[in-house]
Every structure is written in structure tokens, then in C-alpha cells.
Design a protein around this ligand. Structure first.
Ligand code: WTA
Length: 648
């Protein structure tokens, strides 16, 4: 169990009923929870999405395999772009794009988006992309990123977007697993005023991904890159003479269950899993939840300050909001460039009404102090959202007070890469909010908290969160690995989806999420597996053995601690430490770099040779040690503890 302060959560008693004026006009009004779930999802399926052929059957459930909206055909790009233009809303802004360099900004209407997507799709076609061609995308937060995704969707080519902070190894691993034939990247991206060499990293990845025949490169910074003849193509050159009228590149007709994209995420082994999301159920799921949870209106200016490289960006920057015809902010940079008030400047300038971000970002702003927010007029905000990790009540209260002017509801939305859409969340016009609680499952979502034996625990008691019925945007599997799918999610409690999070339900039926209960860490809202980091460490020639765990961190939620035994009795040194951190960054990405590394002559193991991670967590947390009786050599832990404290 991760280490948010459960006692503090249990004693949290403040409540916030919906503001009456909000409740009066909310999209989800009285009676919302009383709807029959099947009727609700049938209705949403018809209302939120335009089908080429209407669906015949709402759902088919052969545990653990679900299908939704069977018989329906549609195209995600058509739903997110073309139909809004056809309905006369072409002038509506899809994205207020804000580049990182101050003043570098562009408003993109739905009509602009359509032209750009058509041109991009036609260019991909020239590179041989067809229905079913797998495409990888490795980019920063430029408009061409959603454009590229939508262009793939238009052609029926499944995409996998790899977050720009991932290493060449991570990128090539994903491209090889999915069988990608084309990679879309950019010369460089901006990060705090410095260029990040995406194309250069992509080149290294391509060297290890022989199946990728073409690399399409978008020019962003204008920095120097090397282009390989016959493989690499500049987007601005390849697209120069390509038509942009929609009839020149029509939307492919896709089955509701056709693959839309894979999103790789960390599990409990070293190899990331390609989470499968299909078209119909996913689109209905994300657009419906977006509409009701964020109370989207025609004049909403919505900003999800996540990166599109994660599921949050896929569902709640690209597919959900665009399907709903929403006006969004798309921001390229970090919250502190050029100054710590950059976000608040953006909120004020565009009149943002809904802001959706992660607790780690909120805690960072808390640490900087409210004065940066107070420099700007944030009165346009009417709703705030949180996602990615448990939000501690202090951060929740701070967010509402300093960003929401002590007036806005805060919706704490619980979900995962696998769920595709939010499953547990308040509805802002209906729910009495409790800081730290994601409150209730949405209609038709059957969540429960079970004990080890599979019995539901009584109110107030902690246990394992499970989902007992399928939902529209649920994962359809792990790409190429049905066994792992069944094993990971459906074997602990047969027929029920095992989430991997601990939770408890209070007397009112509200859910409190308690963090991961498996070997997955949550660092700044990013999922990283302990085993992934361990294998990156032991990949270094001087490392004999490594064990990794998360310790709680006031800002990032968790921080990564590594215990490392070096080969040949080497003691370790600051140089070695820096080298190992860099090695992990090189293997996985900077986001997986251990915050600290403790060198130790031995790791604590049971007599059967299993590393006792629980003890290492206790050491990392500076807690009194749990049961050590099964240890082969209890002295090892004391040794590690003295080294850990010496280094702290
Ligand atoms: C955690 C991100 C508590 C949880 C959308 C989950 C949360 C994992 C919340 C999924 C929340 C996400 N409260 N915990 N509101 N939202 N989590 O796949 O542990 O990157 O299992 O998806 O983040 O992370 P993922």
C-alpha cells in the first residue's frame, strides 16, 4: 500500500455541497444516478457519437472480454472534427494553442483542424499508411500531435503515442511490440527554454526498430537534425502540395471494436503492456464522462494541463473534448517558464472555465505559494478537476481556495490507462464533495472493495478495489498477450477486474482511494514499475543486484529509492551514483531516475532468496521494521539502514 496518510484521510470531515447556481444548470441533474445503466449507455451511444451504421447490440460480455456497440460503424476523426464543421461550427475554436516561448500562440478552429488533419492524413497515405498500419508518435505538445493522432484515426491506422520524456529504448521497445511501420516525430521540443532533441532520440530508437520504414518529421524549433535518405521525410515538404479538402481524403469506415490506439503502461514486470483501446465504446465513454463530469457547455473554455503522451491526454485533451466540440487550451510548456505564474496567465488570458490537473502539480504550486496565482484574474474558473493519484485534503483545499476562489467545486476523478475513461468521480452539480474522496462510481459502474478472500469489506475498512461489470471504454486486452491480460486483471478474483489500488468506502458509500497495492510506483502521477527500474539498473555492467521501492514524497507523491549491490565488492561512490541514475534515464527516461541510491553489500532476502521489498520500503520511509523473522540474515537490514541514514 502506498503511503498517503490514511489517518488524515479518515479524520477528514469537511464537506462541500454543490453551489446552488451550479446545480441549477448542471448537465447531470437530479435523477442522474437513478437511470437504468443499459438505457443510459444506449442513449449516450446514440447522442454523443455519429455512426455510419447504427449499433444493434449495446454490449456482449464473455468475461473477461467485452464488446460494446456491436454492429455499429463509425470513425473517431469524423466524430472529433468533420461533423462539427458540417454542423456549421467550423469557426468554433478547437484549441487555443499556447507555445512555450512567450507570444508563440495560435488559435485553431474546427475548420482549421479539419484542413490540417486532412493534409496530414494524405501525407501519411503517401508514405503507405493504410487501414491497419501501426504508427508511432513521439512528439511534444504541438498542434501537430493531436493532428497526427486524428489523421491516423481518419485512415483507420492505429497509433501509439510515446511520451516525449521516454528514452530511445522505451520508444523502440514500443514500436517493435506494436509492429509500427511509420514513426512521426519532430526536430526538437521546447522544455524550459531549452530544446529537447526528439529526432536524435528517435534516430537511436529507429536503429533498433528495423520494422519502421518511414519517419515523418515535423519542424518545430528549426534546430539542426540529421535526415536519413529514403527513410526520413520533412512534414512541411511532403505536405506542401497535398490537398486539404475533406473529400480528397475521406474517413475510413471502422467497426466499433476496431483498434483505435495502444497506450503502453507499466505493470508489475519489466515489460510495459500495450493497453488496447477500440473505437466505439472508447469514444462514447470518454465523451460522456467529459460532458457530465466537467459540465461542458458551448461556451466552456476547458484546459486539461496533462501531456497527450499519457492516457489523460488521449481521453481528456484529444478524443473526449473534440468529440464534444469543446474549446480547449493546449499548452506546450511547463508551469514555471518563464515564471511560476505562467499557468495563471494562460487561465486569465483565455478565460479558462474548467481546469483539470494532477495533485503533484497542485502541490508544486502550493510550495511556490499563492502569490503567483494572485497576480492574475482567475474569476473565469467555475470547476476544477484532479487526476492521477490520491489527492491529499490539504492540496484539495488549497486548490479550491487559491485557484477556485473558494467557490468552485473540485472533482477528484479516479481512473486508469486500462479503464480508458473516468469511473469514480463526483458530478459537480449533484455531489457533496469531501476533500480526498473520489466519491461515487458513475452510473453503470459497479465498483466494490474486497478482502483477500473476495468478500466485500464493511464500511470504513480498507481492501482491494475491483470492478464487477464491464464499461464502454474498458481495455479490450494487452496487445499480443491474452494470457497476461487474464493473469494481471482477472485471476485474483475470477470474473472481476482487479484494479491494483487499495480503497475504502465510507458510511455514505463514498470511495477513498488509497494508492497502489502492487509493485507499481506513482511518481508525479506517472506510473513506473519497481521491476522496470531494477532491470534498468542491473543492465549496468557494474551492478550485481538491485531492489527498488517508492517512498512517500511531499511533492511528487512517491519518489524512487534504489538499493544496489555492486559487482566485485565495489563500495560505490557519488560518481557511480550519478552514472547509475543517468543509466536509468537512458534505459527508460528521466522520469524513472531514482531520487536516491543506497549502495549495500547485500540485499535483505528470505531464506528462499526472495528480496524483501517490504523491509526496504520500511527503511526508505524511516519506519520501524516489520517482521524480519523470515530473513536469511537480519543483520543486512541494519547495515542498509545505517547506510541509508548516513547518506540522507
Ligand atoms: C492512480 C491515470 C487516486 C491509481 C488516469 C491508478 C488515482 C493509477 C486517481 C492509474 C485518483 C489515478 N485518486 N488515485 N483520482 N487517479 N490514480 O494508468 O493508483 O497513469 O491505478 O492513469 O493512478 O494511472 P494511469
Amino acid at each position: 500500500m502506498t503511503d498517503i496518510n490514511i489517518d488524515a484521510l479518515l479524520s477528514e470531515g469537511r464537506t462541500y455541497p454543490p453551489p446552488p447556481e451550479f446545480a441549477a444548470g448542471a448537465n447531470a441533474g437530479p435523477g442522474f444516478y437513478d437511470r437504468d445503466p443499459d438505457e443510459f449507455w444506449t442513449e449516450q451511444g446514440r447522442e454523443r457519437v455519429s455512426w455510419f451504421t447504427p449499433f444493434e447490440t449495446l454490449r456482449e460480455w464473455n468475461p473477461p472480454y467485452a464488446k460494446w456497440y456491436l454492429g455499429g460503424t463509425l470513425n473517431a476523426c469524423y466524430n472529433c472534427v468533420d461533423r462539427h464543421v458540417e454542423a456549421g461550427n467550423g469557426d468554433r475554436i478547437a484549441f487555443h494553442w499556447e507555445g512555450e516561448p512567450v507570444g508563440d500562440r495560435r488559435d485553431i478552429s474546427y475548420a482549421d483542424l479539419q484542413r490540417e488533419v486532412v493534409r496530414f492524413a494524405s501525407t501519411l497515405k503517401q508514405l503507405g499508411v493504410r487501414k491497419g498500419t501501426a504508427v508511432a508518435i513521439y512528439m511534444g505538445m504541438v498542434p501537430e500531435l493531436p493532428v497526427a493522432m486524428l489523421a491516423c484515426a481518419r485512415l483507420g491506422a492505429p497509433h501509439t503515442v510515446v511520451f516525449g520524456g521516454f528514452s530511445a529504448d522505451s520508444l523502440s521497445g514500443r514500436m517493435n511490440d506494436m509492429g509500427c511501420e511509420v514513426l512521426i516525430t519532430q526536430d526538437e521540443s521546447w522544455r524550459r527554454g531549452r530544446p529537447v532533441p526528439l529526432k536524435q532520440t528517435a534516430d537511436q530508437a529507429l536503429a533498433a526498430a528495423p520494422g519502421v520504414r518511414s519517419c515523418l518529421v515535423v519542424r518545430r524549433t528549426g534546430g539542426e537534425v540529421s535526415m536519413v535518405d529514403g527513410r526520413d521525410v520533412w512534414y512541411h515538404e511532403a505536405s506542401a502540395d497535398v490537398p486539404d479538402d475533406p473529400a480528397s481524403c475521406p474517413c475510413e469506415v471502422m467497426d466499433a471494436e476496431d483498434l483505435l490506439f495502444l497506450m503502453y503502461t507499466s505493470g508489475t514486470t519489466a515489460r510495459p503492456k500495450g493497453i488496447v483501446h477500440t473505437t466505439g465504446g472508447y469514444l462514447v465513454g470518454v465523451s460522456t464522462t467529459h460532458h457530465y463530469i466537467f459540465d461542458i457547455k458551448p461556451d466552456t473554455v476547458y484546459w486539461c494541463a496533462a501531456d497527450i503522451g499519457w492516457i489523460t491526454g488521449h481521453s481528456y485533451i484529444v478524443y473526449g473534448p473534440l468529440c464534444n466540440g469543446t474549446t480547449s487550451v493546449l499548452y506546450e510548456g511547463t508551469p514555471d517558464f518563464p515564471d511560476r505564474d505562467r499557468w495563471w496567465d494562460i487561465v486569465a488570458r483565455y478565460g479558462v472555465t474548467v481546469l483539470y490537473t494532477a495533485p503533484t502539480a497542485i502541490r508544486t504550486h502550493m510550495k511556490w505559494g499563492p502569490e503567483y496565482a494572485q497576480r492574475h484574474d482567475l474569476s473565469s474558473l467555475r470547476l476544477l478537476g484532479s487526476v492521477g493519484e490520491p489527492i491529499n485534503p490539504e492540496a484539495w483545499i488549497w486548490y479550491r481556495k487559491y485557484i477556485g476562489g473558494d467557490r468552485t467545486p473540485v472533482v477528484d476523478t479516479w481512473w486508469q490507462t486500462e479503464t480508458g475513461m473516468v469511473l469514480i468521480s463526483p458530478l459537480p452539480g449533484l455531489t457533496t464533495l469531501k476533500p480526498g474522496s473520489a466519491t461515487r462510481p458513475l452510473p453503470g459502474i459497479d465498483a466494490a472493495v474486497l478482502d483477500e478472500r473476495g468478500n466485500e469489506v464493511p464500511p470504513g475498512a480498507g481492501g482491494y478495489l475491483v470492478l464487477r461489470t464491464p464499461w464502454p471504454a474498458m481495455l479490450r486486452g494487452i496487445f499480443g498477450d491474452p494470457e497476461r491480460y487474464e493473469q494481471t486483471y482477472w485471476s485474483k478474483y475470477p470474473g472481476r477486474y482487479f484494479v491494483g489500488d487499495g480503497a475504502r468506502v465510507d458510511e455514505d458509500g463514498d470511495f477513498w482511494l488509497l494508492g497502489r497495492i502492487d509493485d507499481v510506483m506513482n511518481v508525479s502521477g506517472h506510473r513506473i514499475s519497481t521491476i522496470e527500474v531494477e532491470s534498468a539498473l542491473v543492465d549496468h555492467p557494474s551492478v550485481a543486484e538491485a531492489a527498488v521501492c517508492g517512498r512517500s514524497d511531499a511533492q511528487t507523491g512517491q519518489a524512487i529509492v534504489a538499493y544496489v549491490t555492486l559487482k566485485g565488492g565495489e563500495e560505490g561512490s557519488p560518481t557511480r551514483l550519478a552514472e547509475l541514475r543517468e543509466h536509468v534515464a537512458g534505459k527508460i527516461g528521466k522520469l524513472a531516475m531514482p531520487a536516491n541510491i543506497v549502495f549495500t553489500p547485500e540485499l535483505p532476502k528470505t531464506r528462499s532468496g526472495k528480496i524483501m521489498r517490504r523491509l526496504l520500503r520500511d527503511v526508505a520511509e524511516n519506519r520501524s521494521l516489520g517482521d524480519t523473522t523470515t530473513l536469511a540474515d537480519p543483520a543486512v537490514v541494519e547495515e542498509i539502514r545505517s547506510r541509508a541514514t548516513a547518506e540522507a
